[in-house]
Design a binder for this molecule. Structure first.
Ligand SMILES: [Zn+2]
Length: 530
């Protein structure tokens, strides 16, 4: 608040009428238990908001703070709006722009462009978000896979010096326009064809920009084929950030596959060793046991997909190559728990909500044969049930460097079954890990969803509840907080988010989304894009 008002302090008798003349805030939350995002315990405080920011914290009535819109939040918990550190919210699409599935989890900012996929047309996208309106704030990464695809296509080879320069220029263009950093998906095509040195070279470009982050989807979280190694993969991610000079975040961090149940402490130890030598390495998690990705990545070895879909289908059709592909697909499915563990989230009605095993049985063919038949018509969105172990997840949730993510993508038209994390990742962490079978305290969980992310992202006026900060605020009823989404019926909004403010505007009020598109496009460092 910059406006001054005449307040004749010398005349004590006029003080009450002076309070009446004080600027009136836009919103006043009264009586809430405020958890500020730092990990500190709740404090009962009133919060005033004006001009999209928190302008007052304390006892409103004692301080004469008033507002046009006073909301009683006694008995409720008031937290910073949550930050989804690894998201696929479809802010560019009509069906995803409003982000209601995310808002109902208390999420007010999503990070996109991950798994190596982010384009370098950053300013274009941010500008479109600003003009069309978005439900949450959004930030973008540029992607290594996208850079590689743009410069050398889907070839299984290293870049020439000229091509490496081309990729560097491609990354630089996105960083210049405000990207948060570089993401990689070394598990995915065509990123998987890259040597570590290539990613370091591109990450060095990102490192020229203060606060840049390297977001890694590892080469092998434990279920890759052929195996690179769960621990080797973590070491590679750390090395890329450490040599290039960026911070590192391991996305949806959790060892995969039954062979790695119980092995979270080994991976965490590598991260903690790096942190001890001064590398800012962190991670983000959701607490489901299923992943979601695509059928090709889960069932076709990288060599068989090299050169793009036409080349891949040619190998499916050739008797020599298809025999070897079939053998390797069987091994890949075994690592993932079998064809019955792959549950389609694809919009195609003959696939959606069914497992690869069920589809194969109906067609009277093997799992690998069914997978190849499906892939002839294009890649398919699919979950892998039971790939994560809850004991691993619970161990990792206690780490002071563990943030939170949905890894969720809004379902498109016809996509009835999708991963429930889109609708419930944050609320499930609260319900399962704080309320039902506590493994962390509420302030610790809230920090993993807000202040910890804000620190990592280099924000100075967002991500905590503090005077002067943007009013991204979530108000929770801890008695009713619950993720409602299931694998069978995923499209159910979370409960218990009573109010959500995005930049000082109600996006959820009295447990109902308002439809407001109050999000802002953000650039690296947290400033609003303009
Ligand atoms: Zn990923």
């Amino acid at each position: 608040m910059s406006r001054l008002w005449a307040c004749p302090l010398v005349v004590g008798v006029l003080l009450s009428s002076c309070a009446d003349a004080a600027p009136v805030s836009d919103i006043l939350f009264v009586g809430g238990e405020v958890i500020d995002g730092s990990g500190s315990a709740a404090v009962r405080q009133d919060i005033a908001i004006a001009d999209q920011r928190v302008t007052f914290l304390g006892d409103a009535s004692a301080s004469g703070v008033r507002a046009r819109d006073t909301v009683d939040v006694s008995g409720l918990v008031v937290t910073p709006g949550f930050v989804d550190m690894h998201s696929h919210a479809e802010l560019d699409e009509d069906y995803g722009r409003g982000s209601e599935a995310f808002l109902y989890q208390g999420i007010t900012t999503v990070l996109l462009g991950l798994d190596g996929g982010g384009g370098n047309n950053v300013a274009d996208r941010l500008g479109r978000w600003a003009s069309d309106g978005i439900g949450t704030n959004g930030l973008l990464f540029v992607g290594h896979n996208a850079a590689r695809r743009a410069v050398i296509g889907m070839e299984d080879r290293g870049p020439s010096p000229e091509e490496l320069d081309g990729m560097r220029a491609w990354v630089r263009a996105g960083m210049e326009e405000g990207a948060q950093g570089l993401s990689s998906g070394l598990f995915y095509l065509p990123g998987t064809y890259a040597e570590t040195e290539e990613v370091i070279a591109l990450n060095r470009v990102a490192a020229e920009y203060a606060g840049a982050i390297y977001d890694t989807h590892d080469r092998d979280l434990g279920a890759s084929y052929p195996p690179f190694g769960y621990l080797a993969s973590i070491a590679e991610g750390i090395r890329i950030g450490e040599e290039a000079g960026t911070k590192v975040i391991f996305s949806h961090f959790n060892p995969q596959g039954a062979a790695n149940y119980g092995r979270a402490p080994e991976g965490a130890a590598l991260i903690e060793e790096a942190r001890a030598r001064g590398v800012d390495v962190r991670a983000a998690q959701h607490v489901y046991t299923a992943t979601q990705s695509n059928l090709r990545s889960y069932t076709v070895p990288g060599w068989a997909a090299a050169g793009g879909d036409t080349a891949m289908i040619r190998r499916f059709d050739h008797p020599d190559t298809v025999t070897e592909i079939d053998r390797q697909t069987r091994e890949m499915l075994a690592i993932r728990g079998g064809a019955d563990r792959l549950l389609f989230a694809d919009p195609r009605p003959e696939l959606n909500g069914r497992t690869l095993g069920a589809v194969a049985a109906e067609w009277g063919v093997s799992g690998p044969t069914a997978a190849r038949r499906i892939l002839r018509d294009g890649n398919a969105a699919v979950m892998n049930l039971g790939l994560y172990d809850t004991e691993n997840t619970r161990y990792l949730a206690q780490k002071e460097w563990m943030m939170t993510c949905t890894d969720g993508r809004n379902p498109g038209p016809g996509q009835n079954v999708t991963h429930p994390r889109v609708f419930g990742a944050f609320t499930k962490k609260l319900k399962d890990f704080v309320i039902d079978d506590p493994v962390v305290s509420l302030p610790f969980a809230v920090r993993s969803m807000s202040g910890l992310a804000a620190d990592f992202l280099g924000w100075t006026d967002r991500g905590y509840i503090r005077e002067g900060y943007w009013a991204d605020i979530t108000v929770l009823d801890m008695d009713t907080v619950e993720d409602m989404a299931t694998y069978e019926e995923p499209q159910q909004f979370s409960r218990g988010t009573v109010h959500v403010l995005v930049n000082g505007t109600f996006a959820v009020r009295d447990r109902v989304a308002t439809g407001a598109l109050a999000g802002e496009p953000l650039v690296r460092g947290g400033a609003v894009f303009d």
